[in-house]
Write a protein that binds this ligand. Structure first.
Ligand code: ZN
Length: 339
């Protein structure tokens, strides 16, 4: 055992798993990523037990006592403010309105920082770019469409109520073939998430497969459900399938169009694209679709410096932290705040 050193843990609570990362007082990762089931539908007390399990595994992996962990960064898949989840939570009933941060801190006897998963992933991407000190905006298409904004110096902008950067629910001026606006999971219509997300991909795939031009498409011969077919689209796109490529191209274009308006508000200089698409073989192509949508909507000054056309005003990069980014962001934040 290594005595007399302090460590900080990042705990990322997802719908199915908790991902956990440990860093030492210098911000160096200790041990490897730990994953346990999150059991969020069983209520927060059940998940707290899983968090303790993750902490035990982190400590064992780094050959330290658990008591050496001096602070925790925690992120949750829902909007929260001051450690309390506000709503729209895909969690068990007792999570909303409860002082999650306070209860966990009391249970473990150490300080806890808490934010939402989009902010946590943005902080992770910031922490992984050691030489980057200005701002960073993350936009991450996954099951939904999340995001976060890190300000120069490494603090995320959460908003007064913890409700800022809900980028998936900004409206975009796109319509279905019948001129209607698509419904969003939040209850509104026309949100960006209703166009750029796995949920959107399912809807668009169903609509396209009903068209005569795709009658002979392999996905129309398959007995799989639409959810399963939507998962397969990534593989189809990697093989150059015309339907899959056209669906991702539309998503990428709309994402770029949305980013142009977000850049008009925040001017972050660096936009990091997160979510699973960062791991696909067609990601370079996807980035050209994002840039096409961005170019359509952004004023030239947001693309290139008017004084030096070789200088890019807004840089795009793929996320580098994979699905560990949020846990990494929380571990680094705890290290910054609590030592
Ligand atoms: Zn919405």
């Amino acid at each position: 055992m290594k005595p007399n050193l302090t460590y900080f843990a990042g705990l990322d609570i997802g719908g199915t798993t908790v991902k956990a990362v440990l860093v030492d007082a210098h911000g160096q990762q200790a041990g490897t990523l730990v994953e346990v089931r999150s059991l969020v539908r069983g209520g927060y007390a059940t998940t707290f037990g899983q968090l303790e399990l993750a902490l035990e595994q982190l400590a064992a992996g780094a050959c330290i006592e658990r008591q050496a962990i001096a602070g925790i960064g925690l992120d949750v898949p829902a909007p929260s403010s001051d450690g309390v989840i506000w709503g729209r939570a895909n969690l068990g009933d007792d999570w909303v309105g409860t002082d999650i941060r306070g209860l966990l801190s009391a249970r473990l006897g150490i300080p806890v920082f808490m934010t939402n998963d989009g902010n946590a992933a943005a902080l992770g991407e910031y922490a992984l770019r050691k030489d980057h000190t200005s701002s960073l905006m993350l936009v991450a298409p996954g099951t939904g469409l999340g995001g976060g904004l890190v300000l120069p110096g490494g603090r995320c902008y959460e908003g007064v109520n913890g409700l800022a950067l809900e980028v998936g629910h900004v409206s975009v001026p796109f319509r279905e073939d019948d001129d209607s606006l698509p419904s969003c999971s939040c209850g509104l219509t026309g949100c960006a998430e209703a166009w750029v997300s796995l949920v959107a991909l399912r809807r668009r795939l169903g609509l396209e497969l009903a068209k005569p031009q795709w009658a002979a498409h392999p996905l129309n011969q398959s007995a799989a459900c639409i959810e399963e077919k939507a998962y397969q689209l990534r593989d189809f796109a990697q093989q150059g399938d015309a339907l899959a490529v056209s669906l991702f191209q539309r998503q990428g274009f709309i994402l770029g169009y949305l980013i142009a308006d977000l850049v008009r508000v925040f001017d972050p200089g660096l936009v990091v694209i997160g979510g699973g698409l960062a791991e696909t073989s067609f990601r370079n192509l996807y980035m050209t679709w994002i840039e096409a949508g961005f170019a359509k909507r952004a004023w030239p000054v947001y693309r290139f410096s008017p004084l030096d056309p070789d200088q890019v005003s807004t840089r795009f990069e793929w996320a580098s932290g994979g699905d560990a980014a949020a846990a990494i962001g929380m571990a680094y934040t705890a290290c910054e705040l609590f030592q």
